[in-house]
Write a protein that binds this ligand. Sequence first.
Ligand SMILES: Nc1ncnc2c1ncn2[C@@H]1O[C@H](COP(=O)(O)OP(=O)(O)OP(=O)(O)O)[C@@H](O)[C@H]1O
Ligand code: SF4
Ligand SMILES: [Mg+2]
Length: 376
Amino acid sequence: MENKELETNIPESEIAADAAVETPAFDDAAQKEKEEQAREAKIAADKLLPPDPDALLEVRHLKKHFILKKTLMGKPLSTLKAVDDVSFTVKSGETLGIVGESGCGKTTMGRTILKLHQPTDGQIFFEGKDIAGYSPKEMRALRTKMQIVFQDPYSSLPPRSTVGGILAEPVKVHNIVPKAEVKDYVLQIMEQCGLRDYYYERYPHEFSGGQRQRICIARALTVDPKLVVCDEPVSALDVSIQAQIINLLKKIQEERNLTYLFISHDLSVVKYISDKIGVMYLGSMVEFGEKDEIFDNPMHPYTNALFSAVPNPNPDEKVQRIILKGDIPSPANPPMGCKFHTRCPRAMEICKHIAPEYKEYGKGHFVACHACEQES
Ligand SMILES: Nc1ncnc2c1ncn2[C@@H]1O[C@H](COP(=O)(O)OP(=O)(O)OP(=O)(O)O)[C@@H](O)[C@H]1O
Ligand code: SF4
Ligand SMILES: [Mg+2]
């Protein structure tokens, strides 16, 4: 008989009683309200904590929501939670790699930290000061300390300026050195970025993608930043050029003690350059920790699925590829409970109703998952 192993001698009334205990009825509306209250209470309590003295950047409960539709009276009808309650810290000189599928909010998070988007809520401590509420005027003084390198080196350089003009402009605007020393200063940064001095008079269209990305990196360096958000800085480049740019970023990081927020969907690149890793899914950080800890001991089912897709250079080590079912849901209408439950191979009933808490498991290793909670 097909289901032989399921047959038991337990009376039906007892089975029904057990089932009732294992699958409690969830009141989703009440649960949502309860979660909201608990989250508000946690945010309020965390707000009172002093900033981490060791961190250059500390992000607490950061949110960036885009209003997609409004009523005639201006009331939001539909909101897209691109970044939804993200917290982490990065020390000076460290690289935090941010990974996750397309649309999970990596770019929005990077731009919100730099205040290129106004945060919806949360705290952004930079050098111990909460800049989340800073006005554009207050941010102007900080702009030199926080820079961004974009994915596409083709569209991020003005076509009608020479390389010298592009690099000298921020130096002059921010009075980095006296006027008479601007050219020498720019040439020195060009040399540091592997750009020959005669490129000074040339135009962006005369360069390859790799050289243009070097110009973009040089432009970020001209103002002597402390934090650089690198948003997919090598994904538009050939593989051979990618390694050169990554090595350049590493070299200048050591020379200048730079801190990077390195956004990429390429896990091999992230593994090479990062000290810490943050894994994002639908606007939330689902796992965060030291690079070696995350790669050696990934806990969240989504991290496991992402890592299983990376080709293993060792043919003797067989890694089973985890294929995620279904498409990534819309961040405008994310699933209730754990946002990953519609695709998670380990999903349980509770996951459909209750959002897991983002908790620390071991030193600095944070995970948001009911299964991890039950195993710990
Ligand atoms: N200005 C905006 N207005 C409305 N929605 C936006 C805006 N910017 C981004 N989004 C939405 O926010 C979500 C996150 O986008 P984001 O660009 O941050 O993702 P990403 O992780 O960087 O993706 P990718 O890997 O493709 O670059 C997406 O659903 C995107 O459509
Ligand atoms: S909480 Fe549940 S659905 Fe979400 S990742 Fe963990 S096991 Fe999967
Ligand atoms: Mg992006």
